[in-house]
Design a protein around this ligand. Sequence first.
Ligand SMILES: Cc1cc2nc3c(=O)[nH]c(=O)nc-3n(C[C@H](O)[C@H](O)[C@H](O)COP(=O)(O)OP(=O)(O)OC[C@H]3O[C@@H](n4cnc5c(N)ncnc54)[C@H](O)[C@@H]3O)c2cc1C
Length: 485
Amino acid sequence: MSGIEFLEQAMDLFPNARRALLTAYADTDAAIQAINVVDVDHYLLKPWDPPEEKLYPVVDALVEAWKAAGDREVSEIKVVGHRWSAPSYKLRDFLASNLVPYRWFGADEPEGQRLLDAAGLGPEAVPLIVTADGRPLAAPSKTELAAAVGLSTAPGRDFYDLVIVGGGPAGLGAAVYGASEGLRTVLLERRATGGQAGQSSRIENYLGFPDGVSGAQLTDRARRQAGRLGAEMLTLRDVTGLEAQGSARVVRFGDGTEISAHTVILATGVSYRPLRCPGAADLTGQGVFYGSTVTEAAACKDSDVYIVGGANSAGQAAVFFSQHARSVTIVVRGDSLERSMSYYLIQQLGAIENVRIRTCTEVIEAQGEGRLEALTLRCSADGTTEVVPAGYMFVFIGAEPHTDWVGDSVLRDPRGFVYTGPDLIVGGQRPGGWDRDRDPYHLETSVPGIFAAGDVRANSVKRVASAVGEGAMAVTLVHRYLEAQ
Ligand SMILES: Cc1cc2nc3c(=O)[nH]c(=O)nc-3n(C[C@H](O)[C@H](O)[C@H](O)COP(=O)(O)OP(=O)(O)OC[C@H]3O[C@@H](n4cnc5c(N)ncnc54)[C@H](O)[C@@H]3O)c2cc1C
């Protein structure tokens, strides 16, 4: 059989194995088929001399991605819970998004019951964590959990050169450049580093990754890179206030504590708008999810999955879940995907048998007792409704910036995105309260020394590459600001 036929059959037996296709010359048809049919992770050309450069790094990256995927058996951390309980889901999601490998047991499985018995607990105590050293933690808070799995939550000092708020690609980019250029840098993230990019099953358009890269893999590398270069990275730090006190910029946390710095970079990105229809809020975490949660992939087996939204993120999720679920249906309000989704993704979706696209359709209700069981869909063309069985719904319907907490401390546009640089000059006038005899730098906000980078910035390009680039550029402007102080 051909390499592609082989990988196709291997996929049925080992769906979580990484797949590489090797050819002796650049065979474009084989490459396209490999991407469309077997979702190949890497396309390798012979000869691979020298192997240290051309073969080993590829194999290393594939093994690393497989190890981080959480779909192999890991003995360290065990989680016991109920598949359809929101607290159990939140805990698994926290571990997965922070790339902490764990092993999952249902509370009704023999091993789950054994772990509960060993901890002297009943099924009502779930979710239960058993740490690598065998310590049971019943329904731990996120802070307890973070401490148990070795994530830092407390700052090492009171004053920094640079505080970065948000750990997506923009924040991580800024952390890598800030730390490598000698700034005392701390990155504050409220959930898990990686941001939206961390949720992407496959980023195809990031420079330097010809075969695409999973968001988790990309952000894990960035996080390790920033750490190695000396950036401090704190998780579960929800920043709730920001103000200028003299030359210091003060960042306040939800628990009332604060840290100060010479400069701040806001990189808080955006998050999905909630789907406002009956049942969606109650069933969130119980079959209804925002963004694509790789955690749920294996559980989707034999389920009918619905994806709401028509942008690239929805398309990527459909490709990803089609490898796990019985069927995947994309529900989109518009009459086609052409305006909202990249051509390559539309082509890819068209070649997948178990993916269906329902245009001119919206979800008007989510139903289920304790878990999602069905959806009511309405066809906007003729107003008819239909109830369809559904095990999972992943929602991707546009985004809102995370800036409510900023209040009036920096100027924002009517949708909440932060104005920077030239956008602050209106009719030749600098923003009110601006106390420098220069215009704001390109990524500087209406407060000198506070910068914004990535999706949170008004008029930004919503892409991984631009977010990373802006993070790096913001650090250059931080240096310029500090030199002029
Ligand atoms: C599923 C999906 C697929 C995508 N695929 C692609 C793709 O293929 N190619 C591409 O170029 N782009 C893609 N994008 C878009 C890309 O991921 C974003 O443009 C990029 O992540 C923006 O980076 P950012 O750092 O500005 O913001 P984000 O990634 O949104 O990160 C912001 C971070 O800030 C944190 N935060 C927010 N508020 C606070 C607070 N108050 N305190 C502390 N932390 C806070 C958040 O938790 C988050 O981690 C995709 C997005 C999604 C969701």
